[in-house]
Write a protein that binds this ligand. Structure first.
Ligand code: FAD
Length: 380
């Protein structure tokens, strides 16, 4: 068995780690930074300067090609230092997948080179007040009228919509066809009929998007009418495994802080780390991280290899296992910190809140389990 990172992948990790430590961590401090355009723009520039956005674009449009392992490396390293940077990266991946896969040539030429240069931020607007896990239940509509699609509806949890340049919006062009009637559109920031609102979260900020007779040129339809369902599932199939990498980075960061704290903190006359209970905790944390690292990178590797007909099951397993393992690891890191672990400004406190969210987005843990079971039943 040969399963190791290439020299290029190791270099990418080193590059992103250095960027994260030296530039991104000092730029971003709090959860709310994602809602501050000046901070987002500095983070975006720093990431663009290192060519990170090129990883979402095929070579013929100015990118470096899309490799799941590379996306995981970037997310693992970014998330250790800045959830804002990781969020920008991930949401772009979610938002631009459809154009990459089924976009028309014109659309690709219009957006992809700019995406590669780091000049475009995207938001992925699928969920609605009455449709999260059950995406086929979305109620937003799009009607073709005089060369324009007219969009109506409401989106929730549209990450980054407050600062994004484009929103990838899912709406039904033919509600009678259920999921086959869903289409995806690019809606540019500032389009008339778009109203963006805020949702305060336990970590960070999310956005609502209200669409009221919002007219977009018919050229903004991604692919063909009815392609929305496949675009949505394909996007999640690519990005879910990277959520595993995101939480892996957070778990590793929490573990390192807990390790250091256990060596510094003296209780009853001895450093915390000298107590076997602490040693056991650190050993269990390291074991969970190691297991999560393997399941995540193995899933990414299988996807890149392209030898299996489907890798959906592995992506869901990676997301499910890594998000649940990271939650346990970070909970223990907080415990090792004692009261200081729940004090604002202490890194593990922020990580504790942040790590709760990935068990919900891009499919809850329950939806991952259903997906895994469905794939097993089909024989994949
Ligand atoms: C921080 C954050 C960021 C997000 N970012 C985005 C984004 O950028 N774009 C976007 O479109 N959406 C985004 N979402 C939305 C996210 O994808 C949904 O919240 C998620 O899919 C769950 O949907 P829901 O909240 O409607 O819960 P529901 O679907 O109402 O589920 C409620 C509960 O029921 C369970 N459940 C649902 N169906 C079943 C079933 N069949 N069997 C057993 N249990 C079930 C769920 O697991 C959950 O525990 C984000 C959410 C969060 C929290």
């Amino acid at each position: 068995m040969k399963f190791e990172f290439s020299e290029e992948e190791e270099l990418l990790r080193k590059q992103v780690r250095q960027l994260g430590r030296e530039k991104l961590a000092p730029l971003t401090g709090g959860d709310e930074d994602v809602d501050r355009p000046e901070v987002v723009s500095q983070v975006q520039k720093a990431m663009a300067g290192q060519g990170l956005f090129e990883l979402f674009v095929p070579e013929e449009y100015g990118g470096r090609g899309i490799k799941s392992v590379c996306l995981c490396i970037v997310r693992e390293e970014l998330s250790k230092f800045s959830s804002v940077a990781d969020g920008l990266f991930a949401e772009l991946g979610l938002g631009i997948y459809g154009v990459n896969v089924v976009g028309r040539e014109e659309q690709k030429r219009k957006y992809l080179p700019r995406v590669a240069r780091g000049q475009v931020l995207a938001s992925f607007a699928m969920s609605e007040p009455n449709a999260g896990s059950d995406l086929a239940a979305i109620q937003s509509t799009a009607k073709l009228v005089d060369g324009h699609y007219v969009l109506n509806g409401e989106k929730v949890f549209a990450t980054l919509a407050g600062v994004a340049d484009i929103y990838t919006v899912f709406a039904k062009t033919d509600p009678s066809k259920g999921r086959q009637g869903i289409s995806a559109f690019i809606v540019e920031r500032g389009t008339e009929g778009v109203e963006v609102g805020k949702m305060a979260m336990m970590a960070g900020v999310e956005y609502t998007i209200k669409l009221t007779d919002c007219r977009v040129p018919k050229e903004n339809l991604i692919g063909n009418e009815g392609d929305g369902w496949a675009i949505g599932l394909g996007t999640l199939d690519l990005m879910r495994v990277t959520v595993g990498a995101e939480v892996l980075g957070k778990a590793q960061a929490a573990y390192e802080d807990a390790w250091n704290y256990a060596h510094q903190r003296v209780v009853f006359g001895r450093p915390l780390v000298e107590y076997q209970v602490t040693q056991f905790k650190l050993a269990d944390m390291a074991t969970s991280i190691e297991a999560a690292r393997w399941i995540v990178y193995h899933a990414a590797y299988l996807r890149d290899e392209g030898k299996l007909p489907r890798t959906v099951k592995y992506a869901s397993m990676a997301k499910l296992f890594a998000t649940e393992a990271a939650s346990r690891v970070i909970d223990e890191a907080v415990q090792i910190h004692g009261g200081s672990g729940v004090t604002r400004g202490v890194k593990v406190e922020a990580l504790y809140r942040e790590v709760r969210l990935p068990r919900l987005y891009e499919g809850t843990s329950e939806i991952q389990r259903l997906t895994i079971f469905r794939e097993m039943s089909r024989g994949y």
